[in-house]
Design a protein around this ligand. Sequence first.
Ligand SMILES: [Zn+2]
Length: 706
Amino acid sequence: MRRTLSGLLCAGATVPLLLAAAGCRRDPAPPAAARHLVLVTIDTLRADRLGCYGSRDVATPNLDRLAREGALAAEATVHVPLTRPSHASLLTGRLPAEHGLRDNVTPPLAASVPTMAEILRKAGFATGAFVSAVVLSAQSGLGRGFETYDDRLEAGADDARFLNSIQRRGDVTTAAAVSWLEGQRDKRLFAWLHLYDPHDPYEPPEPYASRYVGRPYDGEVAWSDELVGRLDQALERLGLRDDTLLVVTSDHGEGLGEHGESVHGFFVYQSTLRVPLLVRGPGVAAGGRVAATVGTVDLMPTALDMLGVAAPPEARMSGRSLAGALRGGPPPAEAAAYAESLLPLLHYGWSDLRMLREGRWKYIQAPRPELYDLAHDPVEERNLAEEQPARAAALRSALAGRLAHEKEAAVSPDAAAIPPDLLEKLGALGYLGAAAPPPGASTGADPKDKIAEFKVLNRLVREGLLRLRERDYAGSAARLQELRRRGVDSFEVRYYLARALVGLRRHRDAATHFAAAAERLPGYAAAHLGLADARIAVGDLRGALTALQRGRQASPRDPRLPEREAQVWRKLERPVEAVSAHEAAIALAPEDALLRVQLGEAQRDAGRLDEAAASLRAAVALDPRVASYWNALGMVQGARGDFAAAEAAFREAVARDAADASYQYNLGLALLRQDKRADAARAFRRALALDPRFAPARERLAEAGG
Ligand SMILES: [Zn+2]
């Protein structure tokens, strides 16, 4: 039983439509401002899995305790059931159109949209974020305002265990957050911890795997609860607990088979929209319960309010502060809540879904609209749209008003290329990707009629990608071709198909599909690179140059394009053009030592030996660890006739890799040219010891008199 501030006079659980504490609060004390903010987002967490939301099947003692010590919003809804845009709403207080992120694969959040971290940092807070999934990496732009943005993941870029590995286990992320908290002194703090564990695949660690056999999702929820407990213990240990506003919520729920949806992102039913929202901290009435529908956009205005930090006017938040209600004041008025899913439109050309909820009534705009009475039908089994046309029409018209406003308020992400490899990582997580609707555009099909097909397509994408990773190129190509037969002709399908065909050494076919991919998403440099490489493989160097030059226009900030162009120019024995392309690459990646080595080699080919030496000296200054860079410097110094400098460079190469016979041989040559015959002979002998069949070393050894 949940208790109120004034104890048993008010039984919280029996007063569902009010903030329970409100009616029986004795003397309103001045609101105590919280000093710190700790936000925990547990990805993919359905409210109905927590004990404090009525579950009897999952043990969530830590979250239940938070709900007792603080307040709980019974009907909190997200505005889009996808990780990146939903977190953007949490961290900006804006609806998806207003912050501009509608999908998981996007350019970064526009710089014109203030974030909570930015505002708090300006107000003097130390800010740190610890996230567990690639969709929330710094590329999302959600790191803006965080002094520490820890988005390290466990997997390497080429990890074959791809599907399971592009995430960080929650205990690791939690430990990183705790260690950051331990390192802070004196300042006010804002920490954001993101746990990804309940996201699929569901693989709870022990003892939860055994405890929840056959229910691994529930096991992940129980495990996440333990992690919240660890964080709360750390707050207590560090003496932060009493001054901290601790907020726990989620970015969306999970279908778990309801309405035919296994995971999330496609539909806008309560299974994926309803999330927990728990708030504990100074001034929050213990056992308080907010019954009105609230949105996750309300979090930021609420948190700023409770921290006593004013939002700047440019924040333009759509959410409203719930601080008064949380402190035991009057409950917030019922307000309409909005949510959307553009995924069926963006990726398949089907209809989008828009939802508006007013109290118990929920309307979903779709080719066949839906109306539900959540008070009597919380699992949305009975569509009342035809039985109650007036109510449906009123909600439809309210929604139309919002969508008109959305057009005015819409923010576009700052134009920026989606960084290399991100699409692929996300594709492997089951998101079909970024591009505009496939050519031919919207068929307007009702997503309700497409869920089975969606699952088949999604499975084909996952299997196609996984087999590509496992180098089963024929298996991958077969699945991707099947997707095309089923009418999915997106950037991703073309791009991955091209890569599978490269694996099968069908370079001409690969080039066709790379070209189609590059046309669909011109800003994705890897498609242009793939096209160039496929053309190089069939000897079409001029065609490769065309592809790379187009790529450079569309994706001017990716150094790999001019780098590859320089390599093609060198194959064409055009060192002057190669030098200029290398210089363009270095302008984009000035810290890349290898690019400078390549530039030096191109300059050497062009006969510009002094410039070559300067480039190679810059390369070894940037990364002195690589023996071959020193060797390249020695070669150029030798070509310039500066044998002392050559000797010094070769000695550095030998010191770093004593097992390479050619470095020893080169050192011997530089010594021989300086007439240091005994030293030269020693170097040639070492080269021969490493490679007894090294004939030139034998000849030079004779010359050196050894
Ligand atoms: Zn998520």
